[in-house]
Design a protein around this ligand. Sequence first.
Ligand SMILES: CSC[C@@H](O)[C@@H](O)C(=O)COP(=O)(O)O
Length: 353
Amino acid sequence: MIDAVSFENDTLGYLDQRFLPLKEEYIKTKSHLEAIEAIKTLAVRGAPLIGIVAGYTVILGLNSYQGTKDEFPLYFEKLIQDVEASRPTAVNLFFATACMKAVYDTSFTSDSLEELFAKMLVAARKIHTDEIANCDAMARHGVELIRHDLAETLKTRKLNVLTHCNTGTLATGGSGTALGVIKQAWQEGLIEKVITAESRPLLQGLRLTAWELETENIPFLSISDSSSAFLMQKGMIDFGIVGADRIAANGDTANKIGTFAHAVSAAAHNIPYYIAAPVSTIDITIEDGSHIPIEERSADELRTIFGTQVATPSTPVLNYAFDVTPNQYIRGIVTDKKAVVGNYAEDLKKLIT
Ligand SMILES: CSC[C@@H](O)[C@@H](O)C(=O)COP(=O)(O)O
């Protein structure tokens, strides 16, 4: 399997996703500032992976601490703030910093700094191993739901599935969220072909999902983002499944820009459209999608294509990285605990312990 992230000998290792699939560069760093930069630049990306890297970034920050125990609280506060400022939408990042803060709150007074740091490393590793296990659980629940919802079609043929952005190993460290479900469904013989939308402007679908599928010998077709409605009209898509960066308490879901447009098209064609995300992506403190902070990225991501200028440098640009799909467009939310269908406001709350 692709090695998206590692933490060995106090060193964070990650595959730099900016240049994939043309260049496979594995970066190693002991610097938390470099790790923060990797999150900001999307060298590492995808909500669960951002959470994993955020946990290890805190560890790198601890390792470079040289002050006394008395001075530590201020340092720790600033470290957490810097990590949290790296990207605003993926709630897994804040889930990770909350895990580290919880260790600090329970152990700072009683423990030496050495003991505290050791406990935080255990917490960071747990985020990593949990996200890998979450992917396997989501794959099981997701396939069960698809088998149920698409039983009629499955009596006569295999399914064509639409997905957006990259939600696989590169985004999670495990098999994936939506892509993990798709991979499992493929292994169980349910899938004819995966249709992967390019995911403008950084092309996570065209570059990363296509690369993962090619690596695993799963048949796929890459399309431009704007093609999905036409393919649905032609009967070329049976269902859609995508990931999430943050799910509000009512099920409204923020995911890569373009996700909502596919959902509207799917509803117009009565095609089921699912979200797959671990419970760590649910933000129960946010009532609905209108309160989810949506990242706006630089104008140059649109005005240039991988370094080549394609619009004048003065072209005004609005570059939202994510959109919010209202819950009524979502047939089901597949989590690691179970698949929730229908009453999101009631049922998502029950998943949070
Ligand atoms: C399993 S990843 C789910 C989402 O994080 C994914 O669909 C997505 O939108 C990633 O956005 P990115 O900007 O590449 O971090």
